[in-house]
Write a protein that binds this ligand. Structure first.
Ligand code: SF4
Length: 320
């Protein structure tokens, strides 16, 4: 399979300003040296607690936030070097599904206009073809053609997320960055939306970067999973290795919190001590050492690099 996206050494830092005149007082390293690749047709799940940098990674890839450093190669072309017009062209291929279906749709626009908008902006299709495409998109996401004349408030949360997905599909993209697309929905509706996204992937050969805070959400969906902690990927592996043999203590604790259906599976919950550290002032060495039960002296001073333990399994931890 062709490598569609390659992220190399991505850094996105936000300046911290202090005092009356907003003097710069350091940076929040929201994304700090993140690298991964995505092959056509696969799904990479990017998982971690709130504030770990996973959403900033997604937005930096689409250049919605300007990265501080690194390369984002889409089909070999570095997106960080593209100007506004060139980036607009690429955005036809790269779309985003947002977390909150309530606020991501313009409440004053009909569904027809919401779906027409990206096609108009990109000057695609004739007016008649656009109308046909609106109907087609609604059907493809499990809604009805007549829904085109309604407004977002007339729909349930799950239906609104279907509209968000239809809007993302309007330009026939190849890669979709889905930023917590089901976290605002009820559990029963979550499964329906996840199934829909999986069907669409098969139907249109889509590639997904699927951002979630919960490993259970990406379990059935992802080909590979990356676990992020305080701006860095601490473990990156194919799905089977990660769920059956997690190596990083942080991944182990996240996995221990995933509910299991088998009553005989008596896995022990690994509770983390303390909260996620302040990203404005991250710990020295391994950023996880303040919460890690396996912490050693070296962990407090030396940051472990992400290294390959086996083919398709990388981990950043001094235990290995
Ligand atoms: Fe724990 Fe040390 Fe590994 Fe960090 S490097 S996860 S502190 S054992």
């Amino acid at each position: 399979m062709e490598t569609l996206l390659e992220v190399k050494g991505l850094k996105t830092y936000f300046p911290i300003k202090k005092g009356l005149f907003g003097k710069k007082a350091g940076y929040v390293k929201a994304v700090d040296d993140v690298s991964f690749s995505l092959k056509e047709g696969e799904t990479l799940g990017l998982v971690g607690e709130s504030g770990c940098g996973k959403s900033t990674t997604g937005r930096s890839i689409l250049q919605l936030i300007k990265p501080t450093a690194g390369e984002i190669l889409y089909q070999g072309h570095d997106l960080t070097k593209k100007n506004f017009r060139e980036m607009r062209e690429v955005r036809r291929d790269l779309q985003m599904i947002f977390q909150d279906p309530y606020s991501s749709l313009n409440s004053r626009m009909t569904i027809r206009n919401i779906l027409l908008e990206p096609m108009r902006i990109h000057g695609l299709y004739s007016p008649r073809e656009r109308e046909e495409r609106v109907k087609e998109l609604l059907e493809v996401v499990g809604l009805r053609r007549e829904h085109a004349d309604r407004y977002p408030h007339e729909f349930s949360g799950g239906q609104r997320q279907r509209i968000g997905i239809a809007r993302a599909l309007a330009l026939k993209p190849r890669l979709i960055i889905a930023d917590e697309p089901v976290s605002a929905l009820d559990v029963s509706v979550q499964a329906q939306v996840l199934n829909l996204m999986q069907d669409l992937q098969e139907q249109f050969g889509l590639t997904y970067l699927f951002i979630a805070h919960d490993l259970s959400v990406v379990k059935h969906f992802s080909t590979r999973v990356g676990v992020m902690y305080l701006g860095r990927i601490v473990e990156l592996a194919d799905k089977k290795s990660l769920y059956h043999s997690p190596k990083h203590p942080y991944t182990q604790s996240l996995l221990s919190a995933v509910p299991v259906l088998d009553p005989d599976d008596k896995k022990e919950r690994i509770l983390l001590s303390g909260d996620i550290p302040d990203p404005k002032n991250p710990p020295q060495g391994c950023a996880f050492h303040t919460r890690c039960a396996a912490c050693m002296e070296i962990c407090k001073s030396e940051r472990p690099p992400l290294k390959e333990l086996a083919s398709n399994h990388m981990v950043a931890c001094h235990l290995y």
